[in-house]
Design a protein around this ligand. Structure first.
Ligand SMILES: NC(=O)c1ccc[n+]([C@@H]2O[C@H](COP(=O)([O-])OP(=O)(O)OC[C@H]3O[C@@H](n4cnc5c(N)ncnc54)[C@H](O)[C@@H]3O)[C@@H](O)[C@H]2O)c1
Length: 383
């Protein structure tokens, strides 16, 4: 196992009807900026519950944070936060709103150009405190220090991490999921599955706790995918909310090598074609696993045995990739570019040019996914 330092300060408020508890978690004298997206929170009752909980606070709101949040939109919220002298951000939404709110929290205490944060010209060491009410289980942004932000003007999607933007608390109330379209539920399931894979499907380092916990999460998510038609059931929703949170709140990734190449390449697909984040991952990951099979064979075999219960045959690694791909297909996720009607043969080369431009030239747990290998992966995903 590798050395690690583990820190996760986010308080989790878990279960139905826990939104009112935010009044005990946000300091009383705070001026709060409530941030949200397209307005589903007004249909599922979350907005009214937030309003009730904040009745004794001065609060303002900023809506319209889009999926794959744009810095162009978020900078308007930063201006509101500065003008109103906001001192607490309450993000109500999925990964996009929570990520966007982390950027707002950090940029509100920075006088330069906010995009500097994504380009690492400004290293975030302070931010306004923020809390999150999760409405879409997928990214675990509600209890991690990372945000992924896009810039429309340059078709760029970049991430930053800082312990200053860990949410102070995260409310995981499954009743927020009632308005989620099936497409978003499916996206959340596979996003969580692939987050877990990014921290597990590398090479063995004898980390029994992390491997065992990853396998539990992967089996849980597989179980939920296989029972997708039960997604209105409270227990199904609770299990997804907790599995998605645990998949990327830091614990399973400590002391082990991590990959993240699927994500880095996937971000370029979102930036170039506007494909949903999770759907970029299901296109890239099977091709990446096939291209990198010799590096990943031991963990693929382990996953085949312990998650898919496959017999130990000489081709178990290949069979595991086939099983992963079949799982995604079973809930209608794309696994090839053609599933998203992208057929231009120049696509891999264009995406590789974008990867190079963003310095994504040594990806994967061994840093050996060069632009040439990325092109091979993307070409495999065209077939
Ligand atoms: N911070 C991280 O660690 C991390 C990890 C992975 C991905 N991401 C980023 O997170 C973003 C994706 O976030 P996401 O998958 O949570 O989706 P999302 O937040 O983009 O939401 C997807 C859609 O679902 C809608 N929605 C959300 N909750 C709803 C509800 N309860 N009812 C109805 N509609 C609802 C949103 O308005 C949006 O239209 C991407 O930008 C991705 O790059 C961040």
């Amino acid at each position: 196992m590798m050395k690690f330092s583990y820190y996760n300060p986010t308080r989790i408020q878990f279960g139905a009807n826990t939104i009112a508890s935010i009044a005990t978690l946000i300091p009383k004298e705070s001026k709060v900026l409530v941030t949200y997206g397209g307005g589903s929170i007004k249909k599922n009752g979350i907005y009214d519950q937030v309003k009730d909980a904040l009745k004794d606070y001065e609060w303002h709101e900023f809506s319209g944070i889009e999926p794959n949040p744009l810095v162009e939109t978020l900078d308007k919220a930063v201006a509101v936060a500065k003008e109103k002298k906001i001192d607490f951000i309450l993000a109500v939404g999925g990964g996009s709103v929570i990520d966007g709110s982390k950027y707002i929290a950090a940029a509100a205490l920075y006088d330069g150009e906010g995009w500097d944060i994504l380009e690492k010209k400004h290293i975030v060491t302070k931010a306004l405190p923020l809390g999150a009410i999760l409405t879409l289980p997928a990214t675990a942004s509600e209890s991690n220090p990372t945000a992924v932000i896009s810039r429309k003007s340059t078709q760029t999607k970049l991430a930053f991490s800082s312990s200053a933007v860990y949410p102070k608390f995260a409310v995981l109330d499954p009743s927020a999921m009632v308005t989620l379209p099936e497409r978003q539920i499916a996206n959340g399931l596979v996003d969580s599955f692939i987050h877990t894979c990014e921290q597990y499907l590398t090479y063995p380092v004898g980390a029994l706790v992390q491997d065992g916990y990853c396998e539990t999460l992967l089996r849980t998510l597989k179980h939920l995918i296989e029972r997708f038609n039960e997604h209105d059931d409270l227990l199904w929703q609770e299990n997804l909310m907790w599995a998605a949170n645990q998949g990327l709140s830091g614990l399973i990734g400590v002391g082990v090598p991590q990959d993240w190449a699927t994500h880095r390449i996937g971000h370029e697909l979102t930036a170039m074609f506007g494909i949903d984040h999770a759907r970029t991952l299901t296109i890239v990951q099977p091709a990446l696993l096939r291209e990198m099979i010799s590096d990943k064979a031991a963990k693929l075999s382990q996953m085949g045995r312990n998650v898919f219960h496959l017999p130990q045959t000489s081709d178990i690694a290949e069979k595991t990739i086939d099983a992963i791909e079949a799982l995604y297909r079973s809930i209608g996720m794309p696994v090839r570019f053609s599933d998203c009607e992208i057929t231009d043969p120049e696509t891999p080369a264009k995406l590789v040019a974008a990867l190079k431009e963003h310095n994504m030239i040594a990806l994967g747990e061994k840093g050996n996914i060069t632009p040439e290998i990325s092109e091979k992966i993307l070409t495999k995903a065209m077939r």
